[in-house]
Design a protein around this ligand. Structure first.
Ligand code: UFG
Length: 333
């Protein structure tokens, strides 16, 4: 039976991916350097290796010890829009070097399928909504630029070496495994939903909403939220699409519905029953006004059917995780 290698499988989305692969009966190998991921987030039914994808000898060893790997699912990248504005070289170095070294080793060992976490951040400021895969990609932050460069690197690696890829351009990911056993735990946390829930828990005084003078109905940014299980299911469909010999392609993954930052705050107040104090603060660099996906291509070609189509149910799953693990993966319960 073929095996799948998940690089970055101890991170927030990667760990939900691994959980879903195991549930689907896939033989799963995980690589993570644990720079942001958590060992405790990785299912104990997966085979875990701690190391860096840019370390070619280490990766050769992983492939040698697991000769049945036919597909790599890639989550091993830095992903914070705000940080990338201040530390662009950190993003280009880690994200691009990591992918190139991984592709070099995949080429050596003859692994031909790559499912890649790309991003809505590759589109920049779209001139219409919802965003289609064929729309122009003009990123406005180094993170999005690095993901766009990675898509282009994969395109040329396919032309030259026949390594097939699917780039999944995620919109905003939020939510957790509904039983609260794994979830989102970044240190420091910068994402909207976990920050709102940390305020609800009393771990922070208030939410700062970065800007209310954007070109949106209530002036706050609009984002399209998607649950990590729905993303994981799309990756499994993309893996099978490649295993069936289909051509390389890119797909948006979003719900096709946008929520403003103020609407997310309101929904979280409803779900948690907490007041959640908030104030308007200055803009954060690199934030486009709105990002909403057209996801019909993934539905039509991959057969993707996201299950979490309303933000209340998505926030409920995140709240289950936060309530059960107020200190994230540091909790030993
Ligand atoms: N925000 C606040 N206050 C906070 C945190 C965030 O107002 O304390 C706002 C941001 O300014 C933005 C929105 O909430 O308007 C969402 O911000 P996040 O940091 O949660 O997410 P981003 O939209 O910046 O980025 C996320 C991922 C990226 C991905 C992008 C795709 O982190 O990897 O979604 O849309 F590219």
């Amino acid at each position: 039976m073929a095996s799948v290698l998940v690089v970055g499988g101890a991170g927030y989305i990667g760990s939900h991916m691994v959980d879903r692969l195991i549930e689907n009966g896939e033989d799963t190998v995980v690589v993570d350097n644990l720079c942001t991921g958590h060992r405790a987030a990785v299912s104990d039914k997966a085979k875990f290796y701690e190391g860096d994808i840019a370390d070619k000898d280490f990766m050769r060893k992983v492939f040698k010890e697991n000769p049945d790997i036919d597909t790599v699912i890639h989550f091993a990248a830095y992903s914070l829009v705000g940080e990338s504005m201040h530390k662009p070289l950190k993003y280009f170095d880690n994200n691009i070097t990591g992918l190139i070294k991984l592709l070099e080793v995949m080429k050596e060992v003859g692994v031909k399928n790559l499912v890649f976490s790309s991003s809505a951040a590759t589109y920049g400021i779209p001139d219409h909504m919802p965003i289609k895969e064929s729309d122009p990609q003009n990123p406005i932050n180094p993170y999005g630029e690095s993901k766009l460069m990675m898509e282009k690197i994969m395109k040329w690696a396919d032309e030259a070496y026949g390594i097939k890829w699917v780039a999944l351009r995620y919109f905003n990911v939020a939510g957790a495994k509904p039983d609260g056993s794994i979830g989102e735990d970044h240190g420091p946390e910068t994402h909207l939903v976990p920050i709102i829930l940390q305020v609800a828990q009393g771990k922070r005084d208030k939410l700062q909403i970065y800007g209310d003078d954007y070109n949106t109905p209530d002036g706050t940014n609009i984002r399209d939220y998607v649950h990590p299980y729905d993303l994981a299911d799309a990756h499994i469909l993309a893996m099978n699409y490649l295993r069936d010999g289909n051509p390389s392609d890119a797909f948006n993954l979003g719900s096709s519905t946008g929520f403003s930052n103020l609407e997310m705050l309101k929904a979280a107040r409803e779900v948690t029953g907490k007041e959640i104090p908030a104030e308007i603060a200055g803009r954060r660099g690199g934030d486009p006004d709105s990002l909403v996906a057209a996801s019909d291509k993934a539905r039509k070609i991959l057969g993707w059917e996201p299950k979490y189509d309303d933000v209340h149910s998505l926030i409920e799953t995140a709240w289950a995780w936060h309530s059960k693990h107020p200190n994230g993966f540091d909790d030993k319960d």
